[in-house]
Design a protein around this ligand. Structure first.
Ligand SMILES: [Zn+2]
Length: 793
């Protein structure tokens, strides 16, 4: 196997064009990729000129009388059919199209050419010339979306069975949309569409699933890691202009075995779009780097990272290797007023999947700035105008982060844990101008002298001094210490015993191992917060939940992790519920119940005729929830519905077993991929004896895999009998699909604190049940303890 230089392939792709001499008038060709069926019924088909020895694209157009193309795609599960229906109003995709662009590395051209030959289709060079002229630019544009992948496959001569097939279709009913078949992806089939709303671009994923073949044979699931990172060393310099240049050295191991499915001369990494990788050496020898930016691929990835490719001419042998990256970028962003922060949505050094490794981190930076980073300080040097700090993280961690600014610092310790809080000395420009102005009524104690001008109301505005972000330092330190200590007792000692907290402008936070970015709003006293953060749910979030939520990510998200969007909800749900647990300890059960009720109401809130956020779909859709149809749904579902799901599990398990489960998640799944299935099994094993829904499959089907929040009404009739009583109940369920079904606790109250719970499983809109009791109850009520996510009259 001879590898092609990646740079040559990249150059050829840039010049790609359609080949007028390879155009045919065709009828009744088809392309079938597992569940995707594409019929090229009547039209013209043209291939691209070869790139790396083979055509990588084709175009089909129906510019003939009665011309037609058609695609049929039937998602395999109810959830995926619902998802497709949300975007296309139909559970199966059956769409005619006028044009189809295909990009592929899976031998599609050879397959179609064989069919063309067999049918003796007529060549059409005149149409070919027209199409080549009109669409070659579109071809280059489209192939740039998948450039890294195309180069990856073409460079390494990947087994065609593992190659990519992408179709951009011009549909007659739904406009332009994409269908992707990629055997190397976790979901091999994806259909979706770029959509714009409120000046924001979304990639709406209509449906995404594993092929039937992979579902039936898990051995065919794509190999997750083609290289294992064993140690990371980063040597970084932040210049006076805040530019960051760094050398990142990864010690990696190329695993043995499965040679046919692994590619060993092209590796893709993630890095922030703000960073350019200038040079890569593998084992000291220069390698090719290809880094591109593209809207479609970035939208598909859903973060600020982009893929770049590192390729070497000869495949790497299994065993240890060293990758050395030289990178530059503007990840440090000034926010005005001497406030800086590190762009948080991308990664500032090269990443390759979910990997845990020890880190050695050296940062040189201007002396007037303080750099906060993960790890124990092992060396510190001062120059005339710079400072160099070297840190080591011995425990393997998922990420290393840093932040910087002109900080004021306070430190504290609690239960053997160290806490450092860094605050900006002044508020960033955005918050300084957003501060609330106080309007004073004109002083009316003395009547104004006749003829004296009246002071217009608008002039009597008291300009408040800018809020002080350091005023709350002591309070914050205490909050963080309390949360850190509380969770280490509830869940287990954290992997890193020191936690540094530093500010980031915006309404969010982020928790890296040992380092938290906390919204600058949380640094302000409640009265100093901008108007958008001043309603009481927002105040509770910034004052009471955000700190503990980010601290909780030390366990949920950093020690225990998920991969893939379908399980991502678990970490947000556990982090947010951990914050609610701390709030419960501080302010009691009632305070948490109130927040849960408000979460529920927020999920169901009608928004200008649009469906409520909860209607965006099951929580397991993760990032897919955030579409042009339902902006804001991701956050509402993973935080709010996610907290409810954990809360409901707690109520099923009882506190002792619930807290035992949290500990077990941490001890059994640290540094591993934790899944929704793992959560269900752990919880089910801790259910009390005699519990209904022993496997919790019914519960997960309704609230995790399914969607909807039911409105429940209970009517009970109590009849006294010789031996006690009989109770007959009627349970009405509304606001959800007919097949939505949950177990509902019905509380029988005998008075004097004696109660008993019976469970009724809802079946459609109307369910009846009857119980025989050995005593006469005073009262029968529905879910008296607020343990299920539902509304009731
Ligand atoms: Zn979070």
């Amino acid at each position: 196997m001879s590898a092609r230089p990646a740079a040559d392939v990249a150059a050829a792709l840039k010049e790609a064009s359609f080949d007028a001499d390879r155009c045919w008038r065709i009828r009744d060709l088809q392309v079938v990729r597992e569940e995707i069926k594409i019929y090229l019924t009547d039209g013209f088909l043209i291939f691209s000129k070869p790139v790396a020895g083979q055509p990588v694209a084709a175009l089909f157009v129906t510019e003939v009388e009665g011309g037609d193309g058609e695609i049929i795609l039937m998602p395999p599960s109810a959830g995926e059919r619902q998802s497709l229906a949300r975007f296309t109003q139909a559970p199966n995709l059956n769409e005619h199209f006028k044009s189809a662009f295909f990009l592929f590395t899976d031998g599609t051209a050879a397959e179609l050419e064989a069919a063309i030959k067999e049918r003796e289709a007529k060549p059409s060079p005149e149409m070919g010339a027209l199409l080549a002229n009109e669409f070659s630019a579109t071809l280059r544009n489209l192939s740039s979306s998948f450039e890294i992948r195309l180069i990856h496959d073409l460079t390494s001569e990947v087994n065609p069975k593992m190659g990519l097939f992408f179709a951009a279709l011009g549909g007659t009913a739904h406009g332009n949309f994409d269908v992707i078949y990629d055997p190397q992806a976790r979901d091999q089939i994806v259909a979706g569409q770029i959509a714009n709303r409120d000046n924001r671009s979304f990639y709406n994923i209509w449906t995404s699933f594993q092929t039937r073949r992979v579902r039936q044979d898990p051995a065919l699931e794509p190999v997750e890691q083609d290289l294992k990172i064993e140690a990371v060393t980063i040597d970084a310099v932040i210049g006076a202009d805040l530019q960051l240049s760094a050398t990142t050295t990864l010690k990696v191991r190329i695993p043995d075995g499965e040679a046919a499915r692994r590619v060993r001369n092209a590796f893709s990494f993630d890095i922030s779009r703000r960073v350019r990788v200038r040079e890569v050496k593998i084992d000291g020898k220069p390698a090719t780097v290809l880094q591109r930016e593209n809207l479609r691929s970035n939208l598909l990835r859903g973060n600020d990272n982009e893929l770049f490719l590192v390729a070497c001419d000869e495949p790497l042998a299994p065993g240890e290797h060293t990758f050395e990256f030289r990178q530059e970028g503007s990840v440090v962003i000034p926010a005005g007023n001497g406030v800086y922060f590190v762009s948080a949505r991308g990664t500032w050094y090269p990443h390759h999947g979910l990997q845990f490794a020890p880190y050695d981190l050296t940062i040189k930076h201007p002396i007037h700035l303080t750099v906060v980073a993960t790890g124990d300080v092992v060396e510190e040097r001062l120059g005339e105008d710079y400072r160099v700090t070297r840190r080591r993280i011995a425990a393997p961690v998922r990420l290393a982060g840093f932040n910087l600014g002109e900080y004021k610092k306070t430190a504290t310790s609690r239960g053997g844990l160290q806490i450092e809080i860094y605050a900006n000395k002044s508020v960033e420009a955005g918050l300084a101008s957003a501060r609330r102005e106080v309007l004073l009524p004109p002083v009316q104690t003395l009547p104004a002298p006749r003829g004296a001008p009246r002071t217009p109301l608008s002039q009597v505005i008291l300009q408040q001094p800018p809020p002080d972000p350091t005023a709350q330092l002591g309070y914050l330190a205490n909050e963080v210490a309390e949360a850190f200590d509380f969770l280490s007792k509830q869940v287990g000692p954290p992997p890193l015993k020191t936690l540094a907290v530093s500010p980031i402008p915006g309404t969010f936070g982020q928790g890296f191992p040992g380092l938290i970015y906390l919204s600058t709003i949380s640094y302000l006293a409640p009265r100093d917060r901008p108007a958008f953060a001043s309603d009481s749910l927002q105040q509770t979030f910034f004052s009471d939940l955000l700190v503990a939520h980010e601290v909780a990510h030390q366990w949920w998200g950093n020690a225990v992790s998920t991969t893939g969007y379908r399980d991502e909800w678990i970490m947000e749900a556990l982090a947010n519920y951990s914050a609610l647990l701390l709030l419960e300890r501080k302010r009691g059960v009632k305070a948490v119940d109130e927040i849960l009720i408000r979460y529920r109401d927020h999920l169901l809130e009608k928004r200008d005729g649009a469906p409520p956020l909860d209607a965006a779909g099951p929580i397991r859709l993760g990032a897919r929830l955030e579409s042009s149809e339902s902006p804001g749904a991701y956050r509402a579902l993973v935080y709010e519905k996610g907290s409810w799901i954990i809360h409901m599990l707690r109520k099923r398990l009882g506190d002792t077993q619930f807290f035992a489960m949290l500990k077990e998640i941490y001890t059994k799944h640290a540094r591993q991929r934790f899944t929704t299935g793992d959560l269900r099994l752990l919880a089910a094993a801790k259910l009390p004896a005699g519990a209904v829904d022993k496997s919790l499959e019914h519960f997960f089907a309704a609230y995790v895999e399914g969607s909807g929040i039911p409105a429940l009404t209970l009517r009970a009739k109590i009849a006294k009998t010789a031996k006690g009583a009989t109770v007959s109940v009627e349970l009405d369920q509304a606001g959800v699909a007919e097949d939505f079904s949950i177990d509902v606790p019905v509380e029988i109250d005998y008075g004097r604190g004696k109660t008993e719970t019976r469970w009724v499983r809802t079946e459609g809109a109307h369910t009846t049940a009857a119980f025989t009791l050995t005593a006469l109850p005073l009262k029968v009520s529905l879910d008296a303890k607020n343990t299920i996510l539902a509304t009731r009259p």
